[in-house]
Design a protein around this ligand. Structure first.
Ligand code: ADP
Ligand code: ADP
Length: 222
């Protein structure tokens, strides 16, 4: 589903991501783990076709993320670290708007809205203004947005950051649920988070990949 080769991003003299290489197979949940500044967000943004790399290549579902970015995007649902959401729109209005923007056919929008509201447990708040929601609910709106066009791949940047333990548990359960239908790449700086959700962990530090292994093997190495 994802194939990354020698991917590099420099910002001026800073090398944020340095010649990384990895693959993610269909149905995997891969945790991208590393401290602040390791290069996680930069990698996620490149793979979501938001940020051009300095060098290297990546394919999503067989499409080159730069030469074929429009095609690649149809297969990607991206949730950035701080989802920019309009405060004065209702949840259902916003998701309908996003669906249309992403090219979901008009006749399918109602059904997709119902599906993502169900999956992301948004039914109780779908007619509320986004500005009136708690952070945990806003996070779920971000997730619903990322999946509204039925992408096979979800790229989630720090999906639980800033949430309280209860909300973290809910988002984690939700992600585990999504696994049946999606391949997932999620970033975090918290080891326990990837241990509980992921089939594989990739550790990135100072822009370089240090380890790629199962959570069990990682634990026994520590
Ligand atoms: P992480 O998500 O792991 O915290 P980032 O990908 O955000 O790491 O950042 C990796 C490195 O790139 C850091 O040193 C950061 O300061 C730098 N960086 C990120 N974005 C920019 C930018 N837009 N301009 C300059 N430097 C940046
Ligand atoms: P912008 O450059 O203004 O962020 P784009 O023209 O790149 O917007 O993309 C069009 C719309 O599709 C935007 O609303 C953007 O948020 C959304 N989008 C772009 N890339 C992705 C992606 N990989 N996954 C989900 N939505 C995306």
């Amino acid at each position: 589903m994802i194939k990354v080769q020698n991917l590099t991003k420099r910002y001026g003299s800073v090398t944020a991501v340095n010649e990384i290489q990895f693959e993610v197979g269909k149905g995997e949940i891969v945790g991208f783990l590393g401290p602040n500044g390791a290069g996680k967000s930069t990698t996620m943004r490149m793979l979501s076709c938001y940020l051009p790399p300095t060098s290297g290549t990546a394919e999503i579902a067989g499409y080159d993320i730069f030469r074929d970015s429009l095609r690649a995007r149809e297969h990607i649902g991206y949730m950035p670290e701080n989802v920019p959401l309009p405060q004065d729109m209702r949840v259902d209005e916003y998701l309908r708007f996003r669906a249309a923007l992403k090219g979901v056919p008009g006749r399918r929008i109602k059904e997709r809205l119902a599906d993502v509201c169900e999956l992301c447990s948004l039914n109780d708040v779908s007619r509320k203004l986004i500005g009136a929601l708690s952070k945990g609910y806003r996070q779920r709106v971000g997730l619903a947005d990322a999946m509204i066009h039925e992408p096979e791949l979800l790229i989630l940047d720090e999906p639980t950051i800033g949430l309280d333990p209860n909300q973290i548990r809910q988002v984690r359960d939700l992600i585990r649920n999504l696994r049946r239908h999606h391949t997932i790449l999620l970033s975090t700086h918290i080891l326990s988070e990837v241990e509980m959700t992921c089939t594989r962990v990739i550790i990135i530090n100072k822009g370089r990949i240090e380890v790629s292994d199962t959570p069990e093997n990682l634990r026994s190495r520590l």
